[in-house]
Design a protein around this ligand. Structure first.
Ligand SMILES: [Zn+2]
Length: 75
């Protein structure tokens, strides 16, 4: 009995948003211009972590807390 596990190597990857195929090394979808990450096991591009969205959410939440403090706790 032979157990050969094949790692499937993809030459192309698919955009998870618009399903366009592109070279595996592409960083950006040529059709919808979205940033794309590595290939997952199914041959789709992973979505990169959106640090800018995280940062702006954090700032927004901080601002909200400050507003609540200002509105309710200010003497
Ligand atoms: Zn796309």
């Amino acid at each position: 009995m032979q157990h050969v596990q094949r790692q499937t190597a993809f030459m192309t990857k698919k955009c998870p948003d618009c399903m366009t195929s592109m070279p595996a090394a592409a960083r950006r979808c040529p059709t919808c211009k979205k940033r794309l990450g590595e290939i997952d096991k199914l041959g789709f591009a992973k979505k990169p972590v959106d640090w800018f969205a995280y940062a702006s959410t954090l700032i927004w939440v901080q601002g909200l807390c400050l507003f609540i403090w200002w509105a309710f706790f200010k003497a």
